[in-house]
Design a protein around this ligand. Sequence first.
Ligand code: G6Q
Length: 547
Amino acid sequence: MADHTLPSQRPAWAALKAHYGALRDRHLRDLFAADPGRGTRYTADAVGLFLDYSKNRATDETLKLLFALAGECGLKGRIASMFSGAKINVTEGRAVLHTALRAPKDAVITVDGKNVVPDVHAVLDAMSAFAERVRSGAWKGHTGKPIKTVVNIGIGGSDLGPVMANEALRFYAKRDLNFRFLSNVDGTDFAETVRDLDPAETLFIVCSKTFTTQETMTNAESARAWSLAALKDAASVAKHFVAVSTNAAEVAKFGIDTANMFGFWDWVGGRYSMDSAVGLSTVLALGGDQFRELLAGFRAMDEHFRTAPLDRNLPVIMGLLSVWYSSFFGAETVAVLPYDQYLKRFPAYLQQLTMESNGKRVTLGGASVDYQTGSVYWGEPGTNGQHSFYQLIHQGTKLIPCDFVAFCKSLNPVGRHHDLLTANVFAQAEALAFGKTADEVRADQAKAKKVDEALVPHKTFPGNRPSNVLLVDKLTPFALGTLVALYEHIVFTQGAIWDIGSFDQWGVELGKVLATQIVKELEGAPEPERHDPSTNALIARYRAARK
Ligand code: G6Q
C-alpha cells in the first residue's frame, strides 16, 4: 500500500514550520556575516553545471530539515521507481520514462515485460538517416527541388521544446535550412508561417503524439490544402509531410507514408518529449551526431540525479529549496533568468514543464493538499529583463526567488559584451541578496552633497531576496541537455515532496471539451441556450457580429 500521509503531517514538515518562524526575519546579510564560508560551501558541481545556492534564505539547519523531509517522503525510492519503469503516472496508468529516451544502447529498461531501449535507438537512427537526406539535399520535394524550409506543426509539448531547442542551439544549426513553428489554431499563425514559402521546397512535420489535437490537425489540414493547391498531386503529400506520432492509423489516414512516421510511446509525456521523435526538427537542424550530444547531456544529469547523494544532488537541492519558498514562505512565483540570448525561449519552455506538471491540488491518493504546490515559473533573458520587471523583484512587496543561468564563455565573443553581460548577473544576485540600507543611501547622499531624507525610503533596497546562480562553461548541445534535465528533475523532486501527480494534466481537458461543443454553436444553426448566462450572451453576440 502506498503511504499517503500528507507531507504536512510529517515530522520534518513540522520542524521546518517551526524553523521557518525562527529564520523568517533573518537577513541574508546576517547569515553571511555569521557564516562567511557559506559563499563557497553552499555550492554543488556536476556534469558541467556549477550551482551557487548560498544566496538562499537557508542555513545548515534548513538544509538538514529539507533533506530529512526528502527522506520521510521517500524521494530516493520514488526516483528509483521512475527510472525502473514503474507506472508512477497513476491516473493514466503509465510509466514515466523520458529518461529511457537518452539511455545508452546497452541499457535494459522494461515496460510491461518489454525492453524499450532498442526501439528508442531504432527511432533515433531513423531520424538521423532522414535528417541526413534532407540536410544533404538527397531528399527531394515533389518537383525535384531540395527542401529549404521545415515547418513543425504541433502545440504544447509538441511545440515548446522544439522551438526552445531551435533557438538555443541555432549556433550549431545548418543555416541554409530554415525552421518555422506553427502551433496556434489562430489562422494568423498559419497565414504568417507560410506566406512567403514555396510549397515545392517546404517540408511539414506534423508533430502530435495523439494525432487528434484540434489545433495541430486543423493546421495540418490547412497546410496540406496549401501544399496541394500548388503541387496539384495527392502523391506530393508523401514528399512534403512527415509525422511524429504514436498513432500510425491516423497518420496513414492523413495521407502520410507511415515509412516517414517517427514514433514514440505512451510513457513519454508531451512536456518531456523534446528528446524523443518530437525533436525531429532539432535533428534536422543539428544532424544526428549533435542531437546525440544533447541526449548525452540529458543522460549525464539523469545519472547524477539517480546516484548522487541528496546533499550534492543539483535537482534535489534546487527542488527542495523551491519547496521551502513555495510551501513555507508562501512565495508564489520563480523567475528564471538566463543570461544568454539563445535561451530566450527557455523560460517559456519551463512554464509548461513546471506548471503543467505541478499545478495540482490533490495528492496522488486524492486528498486535498493543505499547502502551496507548483509555483508560477516565468522569466526573460538578461539583461533585457533588468530594464523591465526586475524593479518589482528588487523593491516590490512579493518574494520572488530567482534562478540565474550564466555562461563563462560566449559563443559570439564581441568586444567586452560578455564580461558586461556576466557582470550584470553577479550584480543582480548580489543586489537582490544584500540590498542597500537606508544608511548606505544616506552615505551616498552625503558624498554627493545632495542630502534629501525624503528620497531615502525610495532608494533603499531591502535585499534578502533569494537566488540561485547556475554557471556553465558554454552553451553546447550537451549543456542544454543537462539544463533541461535539471529542471525536469527539479519538477520531479517538488512533486515527490508534495505527493502530487506530476505527469498527468487533467486540467487542460475541461476547456477542450467545452470548446468542441461551443464551436458547433458558433458555426451551426442556432441551438437552445445551454451554458451560463455570460457564455450564452457571448455566443449570441459573436454569432450576430459574424452575420
Ligand atoms: C504535455 C501536454 C500537452 C500536449 C499537447 C499536444 O505534456 O500533454 O501540451 O503535448 O496537447 O498533444 P499532441 O502531441 O497529442 O498533439
